[in-house]
Design a protein around this ligand. Structure first.
Ligand code: ADP
Length: 407
């Protein structure tokens, strides 16, 4: 994970640049759409005005000239020219003009020489307001449509980019974790094997007292236990991923079983080094549990409480009932976990910090397995921490069942 920062920042810059270009393009598109709708509005208004002028030219020019010469309404005479002037009645002319120019109306009005169109001395031509209003509305609609389509496009494309970015970041993170895992596993395998090699050579090449042999045997047992735990975890993860991790759930009284697992683990780590306190309720609590798999859960949590705390350690394991559930809490007063890391510690291969600076041995599989096994028991496990240096709590919740004899 040490070299993750530059890759992520290059990726981030590319995504930001592409998003920016995209937003500018969509902004430009909205601008073009709005300008285009303004141009259309003007063009259509001109067409309407042209139809007014057309109607006027075809029927009224002559009369206006006559009125201009003689403003007295009683002396309005003159002949109509144009296509409609031949129609005998005013009604017919009106109907014909209306048909030919649907956007033009004949408005009865007192006439002045300033009025534009005149037909019969009591009416002038005018544009209907409705088509103009409709055009203006159309323009607003197209502006609103362009803006909302643009906004939708921006939101859709940006969310696509965010999803893609997250997916890529996850993939990249998983790859880095996998790479770290390979080197961690290699190290985890090599260390006890090298140590076992040294002890074997010592046993066969040196003259040792019984006491020394016994001490070396104890150390070799520890190396073997470490190897056993690692290989067991690797196998369980492989089985869980291939779907072949079969659990044999059966009713189990938790208190005596948990006590035995904790004591065995304490012995394995180094008697008393966990500073383990067991606070178990006196009430008999039963749950459907696979003892072997659930043993792995407790061992991993205790092993972490050992690894991620300095001496003198203080580890507490509590067992209690909570309504329909059973709660098992493993707490330590060790390094603690930063809030930003809490959501990821159950992820496969995840380890806090990076491989170059990390002091404690591990593979990042323990908590993944814990989560997997507890979930397969129909339970739930959560981690919390009061902060760095203030310890961590792991809470397991299982469904409580009645004692088989009472069921
Ligand atoms: P491993 O211990 O092999 O690294 P785990 O999956 O067991 O892998 O744990 C993942 C990470 O969570 C560890 O690397 C460690 O940083 C953190 N962690 C787990 N348990 C504890 C704990 N009790 N206290 C502090 N940090 C912990």
């Amino acid at each position: 994970m040490a070299n993750s920062a530059p890759t992520f920042s290059i990726q981030r810059i590319i995504f930001l640049a592409v998003s920016l270009v995209l937003c500018v393009q969509v902004g430009w598109w909205i601008n073009v759409q709005i300008r285009e709708s303004g141009r259309l509005l003007r063009a259509r208004t001109e067409v309407l005005n042209a139809s007014l002028a057309g109607a006027w030219q075809m029927d009224s020019l002559h009369l206006l000239a006559a009125i201009g010469a003689s403003p007295d309404p009683s002396s309005r005479t003159g002949s109509f020219q144009g296509r409609f002037a031949t129609l005998p009645s005013l009604e017919q002319r009106r109907a014909a003009i209306q048909k030919r120019f649907p956007h033009v109306v004949l408005v009865p009005s007192p006439i002045t020489p300033d009025d534009i169109a005149l037909l019969d001395g009591s009416a002038f031509l005018s544009l209907r307001p409705e088509p103009l209003l409709a055009l203006k509305n159309q323009r607003w609609h197209s502006v609103i449509r362009a803006a909302s389509e643009g906004a939708f496009m921006v939101v859709a494309v940006l969310s696509g980019f965010v999803l893609l970015y997250r997916k890529l970041a996850e993939e990249l993170d998983l790859k880095l974790r996998q790479r770290n895992f390979t080197s961690a596993v290699t190290h985890e395998l090599k260390t006890p094997i090298a140590s076992l090699g040294i002890w074997t050579e010592t046993l066969f090449t040196r003259n040792l007292s019984d006491e020394q042999r016994l001490r070396i045997r104890g150390l070799m047992d520890k190396d073997l236990a470490r190897l056993n735990e690692l290989v067991g975890n690797l196998l369980d993860v492989a089985r869980s991923e291939s779907g072949s991790l079969v659990l044999h759930l059966a009713p189990l009284e938790l208190s005596p079983w948990l006590r035995a697992v904790c004591e065995a683990m304490d012995q394995r780590l180094e008697a008393g080094s966990l500073g383990l306190r067991m606070e178990f309720t006196s009430e008999p609590l039963w749950a459907n549990v696979d003892p072997k798999a659930f043993g792995t859960v407790i061992e991993n949590l205790l092993s972490n409480a050992f690894k991620y705390a300095a001496e003198p350690r203080q580890t507490t394991i509590t067992l209690d009932g909570d309504g329909e559930d059973v709660l098992i809490v493993v707490s330590d007063l060790g390094h603690g976990i930063a809030p930003k890391d809490l959501p990821r510690i159950f992820h496969r291969f995840f380890r806090v910090g990076d491989e170059m600076t990390r002091q404690v041995a591990g593979t990042g599989l323990g908590l993944f397995l814990v989560k997997e096994i507890v979930t397969r028991h129909g339970g739930d496990v959560r981690a919390s921490s009061r902060g760095l240096g203030l310890g961590s709590d792991f809470t397991i919740r299982l469904t409580r069942i009645p004692r088989p004899e009472d069921a």
